[in-house]
Design a binder for this molecule. Structure first.
Ligand code: SF4
Length: 167
């Protein structure tokens, strides 16, 4: 993804602790428009939409986590919450105002529940959805055969994805 000089300069105004996250969100938004260059207008548009990422107001970053329904039978999700509470691993980019507003399972293969629940989360202002580490592992648990479909379901709704939680 290319950045016009003006857009890159605008990005530098964003506090360093959330800049990487903001950059990813802007690039996802630009990709959805079918473009491969970020303009200053894209940055300003994103700033209005995700004010929290720009650090210009106190809007809370709202996070949801989707996890594997099969794994949820044996895992209460403690490691995901520990990582978030301590802002570690995949949550290290968030500031103190971030909060988890949803923690849900895919509903079982092939994960169709994700589509409906993302709609619900959008009504509550979700900014980003983390794919839990259990969905991404290939050794401890069987690899999810529907991961790409689940990713697409979320991205088509316009929500940014972060890969992983506590690994
Ligand atoms: S779709 Fe993937 S994440 Fe969901 S239950 Fe099946 S294997 Fe687990």
């Amino acid at each position: 993804m290319e950045w016009e000089p003006g857009a890159a300069k605008e990005l530098e105004k964003i506090p360093e602790n959330v800049r990487k996250m903001a950059k990813m969100g802007i690039e996802t938004s630009v990709e959805r428009k079918g473009k491969n260059t970020v303009t200053i207008e894209d940055v300003k548009e994103a700033a209005e939409r995700v004010g929290a990422l720009m650090g210009k107001d106190e809007k809370t970053t709202k996070i949801a986590i989707v996890r594997c329904d099969i794994v949820s039978e044996t895992c209460p999700g403690v490691a995901c919450f520990k990582a978030f509470n301590k802002r570690k691993i995949r949550f290290s980019e968030y500031g103190p105002d971030a909060e988890i507003i949803g923690f849900f399972t895919c509903g079982g293969c092939p994960g169709r529940r994700v589509y409906r629940l993302v709609d619900s989360l959008l009504r509550h202002g979700v900014d980003v959805i983390h794919l839990s580490s259990c969905m991404l592992m290939e050794s401890s648990y069987p690899k999810c055969p529907h991961l790409d479909g689940i990713r697409q379901m979320i991205l088509k709704k316009g929500v940014r994805i972060v890969e992983g939680t506590h690994h």
